[in-house]
Write a new protein. Structure first.
Lengths: 114, 114
C-alpha cells in the first residue's frame, strides 16, 4: 500500500526556535492535512490544504504555524517560535480527491520542545 | 459541541477472546464514522468507516463495527483477537460528505496476552 512519509521521526528543539516538520504525501493525492496529538490527549486537527492554499484551520493553528508545499512533492509544517506546549506527535495525512474518503496518515514526528 | 468519547483507556484481553471497543459521539447530524488503528511506530491506519446504509460494517483484519443511531455509538468488535492486534485504537467522526477535519477520541490501548 502507498505510504505517507514523515521526517524526522523525532525532533528536539529549544523553546523559541523555529522548526520545520516534513512530509511526503502519496504522489497523486490532492488534499493534505496536519494533525497533532499531545501525550495522553486526543488527536487534533490542525489544518487542511488544497490547491496550494489552506482550506480550513483550527484554533490551534495560529500565526506561529504555517504550511507550504514548496516543490510539488513535500508538504511542510513550520512552527515559527516553538513553545513548550507545542511538544506533541505531529501527523501528516493525505487524500486522493474529493470523492475519496480514505485518509492516509504518516507515522508521525515526535516534537519535543525543551 | 462535537465530540467523540472512548470510555476505555486501556483494555487487556487474552488471545482468542472476543473484543468490543466502545465509541460514543456527539454531533449535530449523522456524521461519517471511522475507526483507526495505530501500531507502535506506525501511522494511523483506517480499519473501517460508516457513511450510510447497512449499520454493520466490515473492515480489515477481521474487525467490524455497528452504528447505532439511537445510542450515538459506533462500537468496534472482533470475535477472536490475535496478539498482533495489540495497538492503540481511535474512533473518529467527520462531517457528512467530507473527511476533512476529523474529530478523534482519546484512543483505547489494547493489550493482548497469550
Amino acid at each position: 500500500e502507498p505510504e505517507v512519509t514523515q521526517t524526522p521521526s523525532h525532533q528536539v528543539t529549544q523553546m523559541g526556535q523555529e522548526v520545520i516538520l516534513r512530509c511526503v504525501p502519496i504522489s497523486n493525492h490532492l488534499y493534505f492535512y496536519w494533525y497533532r496529538q499531545i501525550l495522553g490527549q486526543k488527536v487534533e486537527f490542525l489544518v487542511s490544504f488544497y490547491n496550494n492554499e489552506i482550506s480550513e484551520k483550527s484554533e490551534i493553528f495560529d500565526d506561529q504555524f504555517s504550511v507550504e508545499r514548496p516543490d510539488g512533492s513535500n508538504f511542510t509544517l513550520k512552527i515559527r517560535s516553538t513553545k513548550l506546549e507545542d511538544s506533541a506527535m505531529y501527523f501528516c495525512a493525505s487524500r486522493a480527491d474529493r470523492g475519496e474518503e480514505k485518509l492516509f496518515f504518516g507515522s508521525g514526528t515526535q516534537l519535543s520542545v525543551l | 459541541a462535537q465530540s467523540v468519547t472512548q470510555p476505555d483507556i486501556h483494555i487487556t484481553v487474552s488471545e482468542g477472546a472476543s473484543l468490543e471497543l466502545r465509541c460514543n459521539y456527539s454531533y449535530g447530524a449523522t456524521p461519517y464514522l471511522f475507526w483507526y488503528v495505530q501500531s507502535p511506530g506506525q501511522g494511523l491506519q483506517l480499519l473501517l468507516k460508516y457513511f450510510s446504509g447497512d449499520t454493520l460494517v466490515q473492515g480489515i483484519k477481521g474487525f467490524e463495527a455497528e452504528f447505532k443511531r439511537s445510542q450515538s455509538s459506533f462500537n468496534l468488535r472482533k470475535p477472536s483477537v490475535h496478539w498482533s492486534d495489540a495497538a492503540e485504537y481511535f474512533c473518529a467522526v467527520g462531517p457528512p460528505l467530507s473527511t476533512d477535519k476529523l474529530i478523534f477520541g482519546t484512543g483505547t490501548r489494547l493489550q493482548v496476552f497469550p
